[in-house]
Design a protein around this ligand. Structure first.
Ligand SMILES: Cc1cc2nc3c(=O)[nH]c(=O)nc-3n(C[C@H](O)[C@H](O)[C@H](O)COP(=O)(O)OP(=O)(O)OC[C@H]3O[C@@H](n4cnc5c(N)ncnc54)[C@H](O)[C@@H]3O)c2cc1C
Length: 317
């Protein structure tokens, strides 16, 4: 059975949905082991085990989870050499893609990003050209380093942790990278909303909100959704740049994407076109976003969004 590694950057008591998806896919492909990019206590190991990890690799002496990525690359390289893994799965984040790319150079291996599925023979399915085509791709040299888009894998029923978790295999890394370290970090103020790249529902606003994200945020809260935005809205300073969805922002693949007051430029579509269902609200019936919408509402978002939020709350009771 092939060994499949999953890179877990920051293990926590409860793995994120994205981490559980990576482990579920790895367990489907072979023997799944987690490579721990940060310290993991017994609860974290147990929940990673319940999510599919049958083994663990970590840096002897620990790896600073808030540090730069060079040590993570050394850890992943060592774990691949030790385990003889045929594939490594990483999240399709900026960080995951960079770790994959650098590790591939060290291993003389191939990288495939933006994966939405992987077959047993490691054939990867991925959307290209802003989601206009779906291609199948295979790494032809070395272990396959694959970054998986969030919300791509159907999660199995949560299994109870089966006994004690597997022991952690510690790897000696030696010199792990350039002599630089992060000396301080400041967390973003938590909104209580789901993380944009992993959210099942996203409500996004564009220039049409005209400076007021209130109705977008209110509908997002009624739905338990993350808030996204077009670049026009973030550039205008109406919402933080981290909310930008698109070619130069975050790529999202939620179950539902509600686009409000966004025209649907190709660079915006590039980041949301793979959403399972797209609902577009725009007062211009010719807006390009309607070309990809499953449901189009021609109307003023200041009227439509509050009505939708009120109806959802009414039905929730
Ligand atoms: C290299 C490059 C990278 C880019 N990357 C990105 C990216 O990552 N993400 C991104 O989004 N863009 C990106 N852009 C910008 C992109 O080309 C568009 O300019 C941008 O997406 C437009 O944002 P918008 O749809 O909010 O604004 P507009 O194009 O101005 O559209 C506003 C829409 O709101 C509608 N509207 C107005 N008022 C209302 C109302 N009251 N109710 C309902 N509808 C209303 C209008 O009919 C219109 O369709 C990029 C551009 C370049 C050149």
């Amino acid at each position: 059975m092939s060994n499949i590694l999953v890179y877990i950057h920051a293990p926590a008591g409860a793995p994120t949905k994205g981490q559980r998806e990576l482990l579920a896919l790895a367990a489907r492909l072979g023997q799944a082991s987690a490579v721990l990019g940060g310290p993991a206590d017994a609860a974290a190991l147990a929940s990673l085990g319940a999510a599919g990890a049958t083994g663990f690799y970590a840096a002897a002496g620990g790896l600073d989870a808030t540090g730069l990525i060079a040590p993570a690359v050394s850890l992943l390289e060592a774990a691949v050499r030790e385990s003889g893994a045929t594939a490594v799965l990483l999240p399709n984040t900026v960080e995951g893609r960079e770790i994959a790319a650098r590790t591939a150079v060290r291993l003389d291996a191939g990288v495939i990003t933006d994966a939405i599925d992987v077959d047993a023979d490691l054939t990867v399915t991925k959307p290209v050209l802003a989601g206009s085509y779906t291609v199948k791709a295979q790494v032809t040299r070395g272990p396959a380093l694959i970054t998986l888009k969030a919300n791509s894998v159907e999660l199995p029923e949560a299994a109870p942790a089966a006994g004690a978790p597997a022991p952690v295999h510690e790897l000696e890394l030696g010199e792990t990278g350039p002599a630089a370290r992060i000396t301080a970090t400041a967390p973003h103020t938590a909104t209580g909303r789901p993380e944009l790249s992993e959210a099942r529902f996203v409500v996004a606003g564009g220039r049409g909100v005209d400076g007021d994200f209130g109705p977008v945020e209110d509908l997002a809260d009624a739905l338990g959704a993350a808030v996204g935005a077009s670049r026009a809205a973030t550039d205008a300073g109406w919402i933080d740049h981290s909310a930008q969805v698109g070619q130069t922002g975050t790529t999202v693949s939620p179950q539902l994407y509600i686009s409000a007051g966004i025209s649907g430029a190709i660079q915006q579509k590039a980041g949301m076109q793979t959403a399972k269902t797209i609902i577009a609200i725009n007062k211009d019936p010719d807006a390009p976003v309607f070309e990809i919408a499953d449901l189009g509402i021609v109307g003023d978002l200041a009227v439509v969004l509050p009505q939708a939020a009120a109806e959802i709350r009414r039905r929730k009771g």
